[in-house]
Design a protein around this ligand. Structure first.
Ligand SMILES: CC(C)(COP(=O)(O)OP(=O)(O)OC[C@H]1O[C@@H](n2cnc3c(N)ncnc32)[C@H](O)[C@@H]1OP(=O)(O)O)[C@@H](O)C(=O)NCCC(=O)NCCS
Length: 179
């Protein structure tokens, strides 16, 4: 069973349709914090977005986990483009503002990567983030990710084509954080 205690107050568990209300509340309460970084779809229709993740998980085509602080949802991690043939997936994540700065995502992402590499047999994980995102690079490098390059002008934000940074991690490069 995939379930982790992250510290005295935070835990991580697989995403579930029953989390829809907590997800909608977290997104609404953190709109300004999340708006610059998340796809509109997640912000506009969290319930529908969660239903898609649950359906993907049910058919083995993806994995999603939620971070909890007591009964409040504090973040989400999920895969896209899970490619069984080539043993790779792209990983996405966010935390509510109050959960940032404590190493919660470092430990959460490590638990999800451990699951993807050890249980699901993946060989490679990638993360795409808006170029120069101030928090993502240190977080990923702590876990062994390598900055593999810039995907030029691939995403339109506010009517402007913007660059994404691409980070990659091979299973053998994964650095598990100390407990
Ligand atoms: C990206 C995001 C998850 C990073 O959050 P974060 O708080 O920087 O990451 P962590 O939870 O791993 O915490 C790391 C911080 O906690 C500190 N920390 C405290 N205890 C720690 C521990 N045991 N282990 C690791 N770090 C610890 C670290 O020093 C670091 O702080 P610093 O950078 O000031 O030195 C968060 O900024 C976010 O959700 N932003 C909005 C959405 C977003 O941008 N998503 C990504 C789009 S690709």
């Amino acid at each position: 069973m995939f379930e982790y205690r992250l510290d005295d107050t935070h835990s991580l568990r697989p995403a579930d349709l029953a989390d829809a209300e907590a997800l909608a509340h977290a997104v609404a309460a953190n709109r300004e914090h999340l708006l610059p970084w998340l796809p509109d779809h997640v912000l506009a229709t969290p319930q529908a977005w969660l239903a898609e993740r649950a359906a993907e998980m049910a058919r083995g085509a993806g994995f999603a986990a939620t971070v909890w602080r007591g009964g409040e949802l504090a973040g989400v991690i999920w895969t896209s483009k899970l490619d069984v043939a080539h043993r790779k997936a792209q990983v996405h994540f966010w935390l509510v503002r109050d959960a940032c700065g404590r190493g919660i995502m470092t430990r959460s992402l490590a638990a999800v990567l451990e699951h993807l590499f050890a249980q699901r047999g993946l060989h490679r994980a990638t993360v795409r983030a808006p170029a120069g995102h101030p928090r993502v690079r240190p977080l990923l490098e702590r876990l062994g990710f390598v900055h593999e390059g810039v995907i030029r002008e691939s995403v339109w934000r506010d009517g402007t084509p913007c660059d994404d940074d691409l980070f990659g991690l091979l299973a053998r490069e994964f650095r598990r954080p100390l407990p």
